[in-house]
Write a protein of this length. Structure first.
Length: 312
């Protein structure tokens, strides 16, 4: 079985079965990246283009490595040194890349919906690598893969998402994905950083960290997005850290074996204390490794691969 659509634009738009297919396909891909020679010929002759209008370390590099490990030709376009600075539209840039032979275009853009617009105009597969505060589906998938790998399941787990939910595309993709997979999802943060009517997405809303973390199996800590902040949403960084930062005392409310996730990049000492970020419950480095496996799975599935082929 493969995926229904030619693109991956968000976890809102895909089914539980498709999420399952992606997570299952990422397992043999993880085996590949743990070999001394990390190369298989699966995507030989295919072209993958990274088109990033915003900064990235993890997502862009892991897509590039994912393509290379599968033997695709991978190219990064830095929009700051491309014809975008001469005023070229997103549609024209996308078309230009496509007529050069791109099979997959991976786009990160500050405007919500930009990948959806591009996908309508291209025959190539489009993957959303983060659009504004809307969705970051590959982050949601790698978070779910990490949770499933460590806990053996997602269904029935209690998962808290802590922090700046309002500005977080990671939170939205996690909420869509985790609720579809049967987890009990809680969101917690200052009321000024909580989207109105977020409970309509099937989550429980908390404003005290200790209450939200009571008995949870997983805490996913969000980055405070200083670049997207309007002034005045919380008094000071120090005040935020004091009331909402994840530290040893607060983590004690969770299960003793609770996992700590963070999508990165971290503001150490703000949303997460360094001892927790580097502690035994942290799976932050595993998330990054799993991001390569998830992105390999997506490149494979969106270029026509199926789960039955990977299990042969
Ligand atoms: N988590 C994440 O999207 O990180 P980057 O911004 O480094 O890609």
């Amino acid at each position: 079985m493969g995926l229904k659509n030619k693109d991956l634009l968000g976890l809102k738009d895909i089914s539980k079965e498709e999420i399952q297919i992606i997570l299952d396909t990422a397992e043999p891909m993880k085996d590949v990246i743990q070999r001394p020679i990390k190369k298989v010929p699966t995507l030989r002759g295919r072209s993958v283009i990274n088109l990033f209008y915003e900064a990235s370390t993890r997502t862009r590099t892991s897509f590039e490595l994912a393509g290379k490990y599968l033997s695709a030709d991978t190219i990064n376009i830095a929009t700051s040194t491309s014809s975008v600075v001469k005023g070229e539209t997103l549609k024209d840039t996308g078309k230009t890349i496509e007529v050069m032979g791109a099979d997959v275009v991976i786009i990160r853009h500050p405007v919500a919906g930009a990948p959806h617009m591009l996908a309508k105009h291209l025959k190539a597969a489009v993957i959303n690598a983060g659009d504004g505060a809307h969705e970051h589906p590959t982050q949601g998938l790698l978070d779910m893969f990490t949770i499933r790998e460590k806990k053996g399941r997602i269904e029935g787990l209690k998962i808290a998402i802590l922090g700046d939910v309002l500005h977080s595309r990671v939170a939205r993709s996690n909420i869509w994905g985790l609720t579809k997979m049967g987890a009990e999802v809680r969101v917690v943060g200052p009321s000024t950083l909580m989207p109105p009517e977020i409970e309509k997405l099937g989550v429980q809303v908390f404003h005290r960290v200790e209450e939200a973390l009571d008995g949870v199996d997983v805490v996913n800590v969000l980055r405070i997005q200083l670049e997207r902040q309007q002034k005045g949403l919380f008094p000071t960084i120090r005040e935020y850290a004091r009331l909402f930062g994840l530290n040893k005392e607060r983590l004690q409310a969770a299960q003793a074996d609770a996992l700590v996730l963070h999508p990165g990049p971290m503001n150490r000492g703000v949303e997460i204390s360094p001892d927790i970020a580097d502690g035994l419950q942290s799976v932050i480095n595993e998330q990054v490794t799993n991001g390569v496996a998830i992105r390999m799975a997506l490149l494979y599935l969106l270029t026509g691969g199926t789960t039955s082929e990977t299990s042969d």
